[in-house]
Design a protein around this ligand. Structure first.
Ligand SMILES: [Zn+2]
Ligand SMILES: [Zn+2]
Length: 218
């Protein structure tokens, strides 16, 4: 994953506008690093610490982990925490557990670890709006999409949610679908007629809701 691309994750505007001011004032050490999955807990129900991070991965609770994050270049020099734990640089970052899914909620995982999915059309569910969600564990805003979609799925049964874990920018599924995509999350929405309605790049829940509404009227 390139540094340039990783800096866009979590909202290009927020990272560049929020932190650029101090960039020139900082010494040779890069003020910001790249996001990694080191902050992801080993279990979805892991306890969060007072820093709103899984306690087991929090560097403020476990200072011995600092070197591991720095070695992975996952370090925010400006705020002294891993980039993947920096709520200041990434306001969308959330490790909160997702709500429980209601029975009948239609969620499936098409790519568990970056393996290729040659085409999406055959996975679109006729009669439902299908949301294909390209995400990665290190992508904080992707969890906001999850939380939003879980709410949608719990409210209606005519929406299908299909998740594709791209893992990195270099996996087969990422190479096939993310070529021109500057940041995650990335969503492709198909209508009830089985045809593509819209693509949503970055965290834009209003655009996602509009795409789902448009897809439902076809
Ligand atoms: Zn902590
Ligand atoms: Zn920061």
């Amino acid at each position: 994953m390139s540094l340039a691309k990783s800096l866009f994750l979590g909202g290009a505007v927020l990272v560049t506008a929020g932190c650029a001011s101090s960039r020139s004032a900082t010494s040779t050490e890069a003020p910001h690093g790249q996001l990694s999955s080191l902050s992801v807990a080993s279990s979805p129900n892991a306890e969060l610490c007072e820093h709103r991070v899984p306690r087991e991965t929090c560097t403020r609770c476990n200072p011995h982990l600092v070197e591991k994050f720095k070695a992975a270049k996952d370090w925010c020099g400006e705020h002294g925490v891993p980039e993947s734990q920096c709520h200041t640089c990434h306001p969308d970052l959330s490790f909160d557990p997702l709500p429980a899914l209601a029975e009948g909620a239609d969620l499936r995982r098409l790519s568990e670890a970056g393996e290729d999915v040659p085409e999406l059309g055959s996975h679109a569910v006729k009669g439902k709006v299908t949301v294909f969600d390209f995400y990665a564990d290190w992508c904080g805003p992707c969890r906001s999409v999850d939380a939003h979609m879980y709410g949608v799925l719990n409210g209606r049964t005519d929406v299908a949610y299909r998740k594709l874990n791209v893992v990195s920018w270099d996996t087969p599924v990422a190479k096939r679908y993310l070529g021109g995509v500057p940041n995650l999350p990335f969503l492709i929405v198909y209508g009830k007629d089985g045809r593509e309605v819209a693509r949503v790049t970055g965290l834009d829940l209003d655009a996602l809701d509009k795409a789902i509404a448009d897809g439902g009227s076809r």
